[in-house]
Design a protein around this ligand. Structure first.
Ligand code: NAP
Ligand code: GDP
Length: 316
């Protein structure tokens, strides 16, 4: 088999680092992996994106690069979430077509699903109704990847597909106090509460439900999609519906893992966001027999330990 040159945009982020670790241990030795960081080129720029494709001449692309943030970051910067992601996605997919990429796998999110819907949500429902207003900038930009994947296929025969992961966490996450997702945000807040001998404040009621996936579990599934998934339509990469957990219970798991002994306070003046976005992993299970995930207690323990061990270099 000819050597594959696999370009991973967003290779320095949470998911990219997970794929890097997985591919180093389990990858096909004939593959050449390139993990991009934004200092190599701003993918919002057409010219810089093209220069990257000219430099590396990839045969395959895993497209992760995006402006990414948790609920509160999305609520305050809808314009930037829309425009930056639209530009990045348009430039990357246009280059994938221009450079005759064999296959491109892009990353959507369960945040893009309709707010008012029936449960569980599946892959056929991406465009069924407006997303939750808190993240509509990000959600509409991401939905357009699916539209473009079909359009590039119909018009030019391109093999572009996408995956839909749920809320992701793990080593190399963004642990910013205000702009991160809930697990890294609460790990950082718990660390500070322990250091300063304070209680832990959790945003919102703690009642919303989420499915979480560990970045190293997701990495394995991403590589499987690149190698084996032949459809153009997206596929949900998620734990089962039975593994959905409330924000309050996740906060308890984090504080237990880190040995926090103070009180948990729920600040109900802060937003809860979408109550739930329960996603079905039925399609994934039917195509990937023997699917297993790292237990959340174990993965939260590793993620919080990674933060403590890498406090000086962690994004925060
Ligand atoms: P992340 O840790 O914030 O990483 C984002 C990556 O994108 C970084 O490598 C960053 O590069 C790169 N990037 C951002 N803007 C760029 C630009 N203008 N030009 C070039 N590179 C740029 O995000 P992540 O959590 O790994 O997310 C990866 C993918 O998963 C995204 O498509 C995201 O939408 C999706 N997703 C994430 C979650 C989640 O819970 N985190 C859930 C569902 C889906 P530098 O770091 O070098 O600047
Ligand atoms: P989402 O899954 O896309 O909604 O994004 P998040 O990872 O930001 O999770 C948001 C949920 O966690 C909401 O119900 C928030 O009220 C709750 N939450 C509690 N504390 C925090 C926090 O410190 N950061 C974030 N991002 N969310 C928090």
């Amino acid at each position: 088999m000819a050597q594959r040159i696999i370009l991973v945009t967003g290779g320095s982020g949470l998911v990219g680092k997970g794929i890097e670790a997985y591919s180093k241990q389990n990858g096909n030795t004939n593959d050449k992996w390139i993990f991009l960081k934004s200092s190599e080129g701003d993918l919002r720029s057409k010219a810089e994106t093209k220069a990257i494709f000219e430099k590396y001449r990839p045969t395959h692309v895993i497209h992760l690069a995006a402006k990414v943030g948790g609920l509160f970051s999305n609520m305050k910067s809808k314009v930037e979430f829309f425009r930056e992601n639209i530009d990045i996605n348009d430039n990357v997919l246009a280059c994938c077509k221009e450079f005759n990429i064999v296959k491109c796998v892009s990353c959507l999110s369960t945040c893009i699903f309709p707010d008012k819907t029936t449960y569980p949500i599946d892959e056929t429902m991406v465009h069924d109704g407006p997303p939750h207003p808190s993240n509509e900038g990000y959600a509409y930009a991401k939905r357009m990847i699916d539209v473009l994947n079909r359009a590039y296929n119909e018009e030019y025969g391109c093999k572009f597909t996408s995956v839909i992961p749920t809320n992701i966490y793990g080593p190399h996450d963004n642990y910013h106090l205000a702009d991160s997702h809930v697990i890294p945000g609460l790990i950082h807040k718990t660390y500070l509460a322990m250091k300063n001998n304070q209680d832990l404040t959790i945003m919102g009621s703690g009642k919303p439900l989420r499915q979480f996936i560990y970045s190293l579990d997701l990495a394995k599934l991403f590589v499987w999609v690149l190698d084996n998934y032949e459809e153009l339509n997206p596929i949900i990469l998620s734990v089962g519906e039975e593994d959905e957990i409330s924000i309050g219970d996740v906060a308890k798991l984090i504080t237990e893992a880190m040995g926090f002994k103070g009180k948990l306070i729920f600040d109900t003046s802060k937003a809860d966001g979408q109550f739930k976005k329960t996603a079905s992993n039925k399609k994934l299970k039917s195509l990937y027999p023997g699917l297993t995930f790292t237990p959340i207690q174990e993965a939260i323990k590793s993620s919080s330990q990674w933060f403590i061990d890498n406090y000086d270099v962690a994004r925060k």
